[in-house]
Design a protein around this ligand. Structure first.
Ligand SMILES: NC(=O)c1ccc[n+]([C@@H]2O[C@H](COP(=O)([O-])OP(=O)(O)OC[C@H]3O[C@@H](n4cnc5c(N)ncnc54)[C@H](O)[C@@H]3O)[C@@H](O)[C@H]2O)c1
Ligand SMILES: [Zn+2]
Ligand SMILES: [Zn+2]
Length: 339
């Protein structure tokens, strides 16, 4: 089978590798029909996470082609989405529906521990836990977003501690930030959004946010009567954006970080945070838990999942696809790869 592989910074190749095999009696093999490129894959491409070679991709949908003897809820031929984050499905942590709480350790596809989802076949452990049958009426785009980005935006917003009507700032308007904007608005927030790319700000405005200028902090203070935002969601994860988040949040507010930082420590100003009673939350998406919360919102139109995928490439053209999405241009926001 083919597997998209990061070989070095800026170097993506499509490799021929052995077919994915059934990962034990609780597992399944999925024939991937579409996979997406996430900002998290770009950390390998950009060299922030320099672990090579690595078969990449953790956002996929497809059809079950092989099923372990112990799997109760799925069968060959089922059309499924695969959670980007996998848990064992059998421990007390997984019983909370948050794979991050798995006592065996959460595992992410396409980061070395599990196979990459940007491939022809994907081996999925604990299939009863890590798969979701794609409900009638859910588009491929929505299903792909439910593997990761929408659950991340939802968790960023639900963990940001704001009340309806309060002001929430979203920093970074890639696919994750766009999802956070839409989720925060669905939860009743007044959203102010910033990204250096103008077209990405325009997309957030089309979803109901107000765009912020480059000088973010004074603009937030002005928009909140000098008080600061109830919450700031950081969907970038750079030192600069965390700094901005602390400066733009009101005292007693919440900084909700979902952007993935590089390997260097962040110089947290503990004294400032304590004096101002700031809550700092950092979240890896509790993907499985978000499904039950997000599907009704998608079904009744309270959450729009359109307009986030902008391009589709053949899996064989993955190098071109990565270059396009890594340029972080206004027109190329999120890419679907078709095996
Ligand atoms: N926590 C999780 O579970 C989880 C899940 C998925 C992705 N992520 C992470 O979320 C982040 C965003 O992912 P994405 O797919 O949207 O990636 P992306 O690279 O498309 O988006 C990042 C955006 O940040 C913008 N940006 C750069 N510098 C900025 C600044 N100073 N201020 C504001 N915006 C700035 C870029 O222009 C870009 O639009 C990545 O770090 C990714 O790894 C986390
Ligand atoms: Zn992702
Ligand atoms: Zn577990």
């Amino acid at each position: 089978m083919r597997a998209v592989t990061a070989q070095a910074p800026g170097q993506i190749s499509v490799e021929e590798v052995p077919d994915a095999a059934l990962p034990g009696p609780a597992g399944a093999v999925v024939r991937v029909e579409a996979a997406a490129i996430c900002g998290s894959d770009l950390h390998f491409y950009d060299g922030d996470l320099p672990f090579y070679p690595v078969a990449v991709g953790h956002e996929s949908i497809g059809t079950v082609t092989e099923i372990g003897a112990d799997v109760a809820r799925f069968g060959v031929g089922d059309r499924v989405l695969v959670s980007s984050v996998a848990g064992c499905g059998a421990c007390a942590g997984c019983a909370t529906l948050d794979p991050v709480a798995c006592t065996g350790g959460a595992k992410v596809f396409g980061s070395g521990e599990l196979g990459g989802a940007q491939s022809d076949l994907l081996a999925v452990p604990a299939a009863d836990f890590n798969l979701l049958r794609i409900p009638e009426g859910v588009s491929d785009e929505a299903a792909l977003l439910l593997t990761d980005n929408l659950g991340t935006g939802w968790a960023a917003a639900t963990r940001a501690d704001f009340e309806p009507g309060e002001t929430v700032v979203v920093l970074g308007l890639g696919a994750v930030g766009q999802c956070a904007v839409r989720c925060a608005i669905a939860l009743g927030a007044r959203v102010l959004a910033y990204d250096p790319v103008e077209g990405r700000r325009a997309l957030a405005e089309a979803a109901g946010a107000t765009a912020l200028p480059d000088d973010v902090v004074p603009a937030v203070l002005e928009a909140t009567g000098g008080r600061g935002a109830a919450a700031v969601i950081d969907a970038v994860g750079h030192n600069a954006t965390v700094d901005t988040a602390f400066a733009a949040v009101r005292s007693t507010g919440t900084v909700s970080v979902v952007g993935i930082h590089d390997l260097e420590p962040y110089p947290l100003q503990l004294l400032m945070g304590t004096f101002r009673s700031i809550t700092l939350r950092m979240t890896t998406a509790p993907v499985h838990r978000t499904w039950g919360e997000l599907l009704p919102l998608i079904a009744d139109g309270r959450l729009d999942t359109t307009g986030i995928f902008t391009h589709t490439f053949d899996l064989d053209d993955a190098a071109e696809a990565y270059a396009a999405v890594a340029s972080r241009s206004a027109d190329c926001l999120k890419v679907m790869l078709i095996p």
